[in-house]
Write a protein that binds this ligand. Sequence first.
Ligand code: ZN
Length: 409
Amino acid sequence: MNIFIGFVVLLFVVVSLGINSNVLSLNIVSAYGIIIETPFENNYQNNANNNSSDNDLLVFDYLSSLYTKEQKEKENKFVILMFDRGYQSIFSTAKPIMDKFGFKASIFIACDYIEKGNGMNWNQVRQLYNDGYDIQSHGLEHTRLTELKSENEIQSIISGGKECLQDNGFSPTAFQAPYNKGGEDPFIVDTIANNFDFAFTGHSELMFLNCDGWENFGYDEENYHGTTDCRPYFSDGNPTPTNKFAMKEWSHDRAHDDINNEMNQDPHGIDVSYSLYLEFVRIVNSQTKFNEPGKINAIPIVGYHEVSKDDDIGTSPELFYLEMEYLYDNGFKVITIDDLGYDKYQERFYVKNVNTLGSEYSQLQDTTPTWTETIRTQTMPKGSEYSQLQDTNPTWFKPNTIQSLDIID
Ligand SMILES: [Zn+2]
C-alpha cells in the first residue's frame, strides 16, 4: 500500500509539473518498455474550462487506473519452463541462475541420458526435486515412438520411462513424447494415458488451458480447425489434436535454430542473441490478450535443452540470465507442470498453485559480457535499477565441456 501511495504521489508530482509548464503530452514507459501516448492532451483540452482540482482528480483517476492495469497484467502472466532430457548444464548452469530469481522448472528426464555422457546423475536430479523442481518423464530412451516397430517397444519406452523414475523415488505425472511425436497414434496415446495424467505431443507458441483455445482464438487455426472437442478421442477412436495428452511447448531451441539459419552469424553472439531474446519476450507476452485475473486461458511453456554455448542451438548462460531477469522484472509467475490441475468436468486445465517469486533476489553484481547490458538497455525502461549496475565477472558463469547436440527435442 505504501508503495502504491508513493507511486501515485511521485507520478502526480511529475504530471502536475508537466501540466503547469504547458507540456501537454506525456509519455509513460509501459511494462514492456514500449513508449505509449497517454490521453492527457485530450483530457486537458476537453476539460479546459474546469478548475484545477477537477484536473487533479482526473489525473489521479487516470494514474489509479494505470496502476490497476499494470497490477492486473502482472496477475495474468504465467510461464512454465521445461528442460528436455536431463543435461548436466541444467544442474550446473541453469539452476544457479534460476536460484537467483527464485524460479523452478519442470525437468523431463530421458532415462538413457542420466548417469551417462553429458547427463546429470541421479543425485543431481534428486537435488533439483528437493529444491521444488518437478521431475517428469521423457521416456526410457529418447527415441521417436512413431518409428518403433512393435507395441512392446512403445510400451517399454513409455511405461519404462515411468518405472525408471519411480525406481529412483520420483512420481512423474506428465510424459513428454520424444520429439513430441505420436499424438495421432491411438495406441501411443492409450499407452500414455494408462501411465500418466498429461502428455506433450506437440508444439505451439502458447499452451491453451481450454482445449478449444486454438480454434476459438484463431491461433494456429489451420492446424486446429474444428477442435472444440476436448476429450482425448473423437467418436471414431482417433485422438483429438488438443487434449490433455497433446500439450504443446514453445521450443526455444527450434526458434534459435531458425534464427541461426536466417542470420548465419555467431549462434551465441549479440545479433543472434538479441533476436532470440526479442522472440522470447514476444512469446511470453503473447498470453496477455487471452488472460484476465482469475481467468487464465493461455500459458507459454518454454522448452530448453542445454544452457551452454557448446552447441549452436543451446542457450548461452548470458542469454538465459537475461531471459530469467526479464521474467522477474516484469512480474511473471513461473510455475511448473505440477501446478497445473485438470478439471475433468469442464475438460480443461487450471492453475492450482502459484509459486511465490523469490524474495532473496537482491542487487546482483552480475557478470555477463558487455552485450548483455546492450540488450538490457535496448528493452528495459530507462532508470531501472539495472542501469546502475556495474557488470564485472559473473560468478555463475562456468564454461563447461559438453558435447554438441545434434538433434532438437
Ligand atoms: Zn526431447
